[in-house]
Ligand binder design. Structure first.
Ligand SMILES: [Zn+2]
Ligand SMILES: [Zn+2]
Length: 294
C-alpha cells in the first residue's frame, strides 16, 4: 500500500468535517444535487459506456467534451479509468481482476486496490484505441490541474454569489466543501460500491446470456438509482457492449435516457443495445413491448 495515497484519502475524508464550520444553505444543496446528477452522468455515459466500452460513436470534438464531463468527478483521467475498467472486464472475478471481492478481501475490492503502489498508473496497452488522440493523452496526464481549476472556479463562483447575493447564505468555502469534497467522496464511494457489493449481492436475471466466465455481478436497484444506471451491474456484465444498462421496463437507467437524447440530436450515433431473443424466458414483470428496442 502506498502511504501517500492512504494519507491523501484520509485527509480528503477529514476535510469533509469542515462542513461544521462552513454550514449549509439551500444554494449549496441545490448545487450539490446539480453536480451529483451531472457527475453521475459523466461517469456512466462518458468514462464507462463510451471510453471503456465504446457503446456509441461520436465526433472527435464531442469525445473531448465527454472526457471533460467524466473528468469532473475527480476519478482521474479517462484513459486511466477505461484501462482499469477494461482490465476488470477481462478478468472479471478471476485472478487479475483489480477489484474483485471474490479474489481479495472486501476492503481490497472496495477501496484497497486504489491504494496499491501501481494503482495510479495508466496501462496504455489497454487503451490503444484512444492513445492516438493527443488531447486525450494530455488530459489524462494533467487531470489534476483540471480538478484544481474546477476547485478554483467553484470557490470564485461561491464568493461572487456571496458578494452580490449575501442573503443566499453561501460562500466559496461552503461550495468547496459541499461540492469538491462531500460530493466527490459520495461518487467515489458509489463507484467503489459497484465494484465491491455489486459483485457480492443482487439478482442475475440474464445469467443464461453471461459472456464472462466467472463474473458474479448482481443487480442492485438502490445503487442503480444513485449511479444513473450503474447498479444494474449484472445486466452490464452480461451485455458489456450495450449503452443501455437498465433492460427491463422497471430498471430505470438515467444514463440511457441521456444517451437517447444525444442520439436524437445527432451528437452520438451507432448506439449499441442488448441483443436479446424475444423467445428467451423472462420474468412475468417484463413487458413485451419493452423488448422492441433492445
Ligand atoms: Zn463489475
Ligand atoms: Zn463496464
Amino acid at each position: 500500500m502506498k502511504k501517500k495515497l492512504l494519507l491523501r484519502l484520509i485527509i480528503t475524508h477529514l476535510l469533509a468535517l469542515f462542513v461544521f464550520k462552513v454550514g449549509v444553505s439551500a444554494t449549496a444543496l441545490y448545487f450539490f444535487v446539480f453536480f451529483f446528477v451531472v457527475r453521475s452522468l459523466g461517469l456512466t455515459v462518458s468514462y464507462h459506456r463510451y471510453f471503456s466500452h465504446r457503446s456509441f460513436k461520436t465526433s472527435r470534438f464531442f469525445q473531448l467534451i465527454l472526457a471533460l464531463w467524466g473528468g469532473l468527478s475527480a476519478q482521474r483521467g479517462p484513459l486511466w479509468w477505461a484501462a482499469k475498467h477494461r482490465t476488470h472486464h477481462r478478468y472479471s472475478d478471476k485472478d487479475g481482476d483489480p477489484h474483485s471481492p471474490h479474489q481479495d478481501s472486501f476492503w481490497k475490492a472496495h477501496i484497497g486496490w486504489a491504494l496499491s503502489a501501481d494503482s495510479m498508473k495508466t496501462d496504455y496497452s489497454m487503451v490503444k484505441d484512444f492513445k492516438k488522440y493527443p488531447e486525450l493523452m494530455f488530459f489524462n496526464k494533467y487531470h489534476d490541474l483540471f480538478m484544481l481549476s474546477f476547485a478554483g472556479a467553484l470557490y470564485l463562483f461561491g464568493e461572487v454569489i456571496n458578494h452580490y447575493r449575501p442573503e443566499l447564505g453561501t460562500s466559496g468555502a461552503q461550495l468547496l466543501v459541499w461540492i469538491y469534497i462531500i460530493n466527490t467522496l459520495a461518487h467515489v464511494h458509489l463507484t467503489f460500491c459497484v465494484n465491491s457489493i455489486g459483485h457480492l449481492f443482487g439478482k442475475k436475471p440474464f445469467s443464461e446470456h453471461a459472456c464472462e466466465d466467472e463474473d458474479k455481478s448482481g443487480n442492485i436497484a438502490w445503487l442503480a438509482l444513485l449511479t444513473a444506471g450503474e447498479g444494474w451491474h449484472h445486466n452490464h456484465h452480461t451485455f458489456p457492449y450495450s449503452a443501455k444498462i437498465g433492460i427491463r421496463w422497471f430498471e430505470f437507467d438515467l444514463g440511457h435516457v441521456v444517451i437517447c437524447v444525444l442520439e436524437s440530436l445527432g451528437i452520438i450515433w451507432n448506439v449499441k443495445r442488448p441483443k436479446l431473443k424475444v423467445d428467451v424466458e423472462l420474468p412475468q414483470t417484463m413487458a413485451l413491448s419493452s423488448l422492441e428496442d433492445i
